[in-house]
Design a protein around this ligand. Structure first.
Ligand code: ATP
Ligand code: MG
Length: 333
């Protein structure tokens, strides 16, 4: 009866892309049967990059529809919107008291964002790992399926959970572990702009919601080079990225063919890109059709969000009650 608990979320900062799918959502789907799953839309987290109210609202609706279209089942998993669960903010405030400036400043995601948006280095960006810890431990999660880019933030969540337990001499929080199937490494899906990860805010993403035409255009524009000149040479990063994407969506036989062609200096990037685009389209187009269908059904989306909010609040409120007692908040009336 007691299934291990799983929590993971995605920021509603744009359309879901292949990185989100293969880094996170694919594992969500596989976990639904055997775990007690909470999958949320991290709308509070997205405020760090100052979306307009309209963009925030449409982003939340889009990710909700995309979760459902990918196959997350609201009867099996709790799907909710982060801001519908105010208990998370309370736990965040409490955890913030034991999160230190030095360690927060040292996180890679903070340093990256501070570099990318020097005009907006806000306190929310600094304490992002604390809010993420609150998201996870408020449901007493055992596992967190995330992509490689979140490894360090998850390490921080583990640290904050341990610190709270130690400080209040309790075992209230299990220490959450990153999750992949069969002990595989966490996934990093590259962008097609030569280096780095595919990301919503990176402007390099292939979205599940992209049309066939958009996908073909994006793939054909991918950065490559003049081609190898020596047999069996190592692939430079932009070319390796193309292969990594192909590994994810294409038939292994097809990948092998291009790999061999590369080793023999016979690779034709144009052909490879065409094949890659077709394989991506074959994967995304049924999902895209379902997203369109679901987006039209506001009543269904509202029902799913309400059901999820109720379930998530119940679990969050239980944990928060324990936390408040441990901290020493006593009711005088
Ligand atoms: P943003 O640019 O706004 O931060 P994002 O594309 O990084 O958006 P997030 O909402 O931050 O997406 O992340 C949601 C989940 O998707 C996380 O589990 C994250 O690890 C995973 N993820 C995001 N990008 C990739 C990627 N390129 N490869 C693998 N996993 C990824
Ligand atoms: Mg991100």
């Amino acid at each position: 009866m007691n299934k291990p608990t799983v929590v993971s979320g995605i920021r509603p900062t744009g359309y879901l892309h292949l990185g989100n799918y293969f880094g996170a959502v694919r594992n969500f789907l596989r976990m639904q049967e055997d775990y007690n799953c909470y999958f949320f839309i991290a709308d509070i987290h997205s405020l760090t990059t100052h979306p307009t109210p309209e963009n925030l609202q449409s982003g939340v609706k889009q990710v909700l529809a995309e979760y459902l279209a990918c196959g997350i089942d609201p009867e099996k998993s709790t799907i909710f919107i982060q801001s519908d669960v105010p208990e998370i903010n309370e736990l965040y405030t409490i955890l913030n008291m034991n999160a230190y400036l030095g360690e927060l400043e040292r996180t890679t995601s903070f340093k990256d964002k501070a570099r990318q948006q020097p005009e907006n280095v806000n306190a929310g960006l600094l304490t992002y790992p604390v809010l993420m810890a609150a998201d996870i431990i408020i449901h007493k999660a055992h596992f967190v399926p995330v992509g490689k880019d979140q490894e360090q933030n998850l390490e921080m969540a583990r640290k904050f959970a341990k610190r709270f337990n130690r400080m209040y001499k309790s075992k209230v929080f299990p220490i959450p572990k990153p999750f992949t199937f069969d002990g595989a490494d966490l996934v990093k899906v590259p962008g097609l702009d030569g280096s780095g990860k595919m990301g919503k805010s990176e402007g390099n993403a292939i979205n599940l919601f992209d049309t066939e035409k958009e996908i073909r255009k994006k793939v054909m524009r991918a950065v490559t080079d003049a081609g190898p000149t020596e047999m069996n040479s190592t692939k430079p990063e932009p070319v390796q990225n193309l292969f990594t994407l192909m590994d994810i969506v294409s038939d292994p036989e097809v990948v092998k063919q291009f790999d061999e062609a590369y080793a023999k200096c016979e690779i034709r990037y144009g052909d490879m890109k065409k094949q890659l685009a077709e394989d991506i389209v074959a994967f995304t187009s049924p999902i895209r059709s379902r997203i369109i269908e679901i987006l039209e059904d506001d009543a269904y989306l509202a029902k799913v969000a309400k059901m999820g909010a109720e379930k998530a609040r119940e679990s969050a409120a239980e944990t928060l009650k324990e936390v408040k007692q441990l901290v020493g908040f006593k009711k005088l009336f």
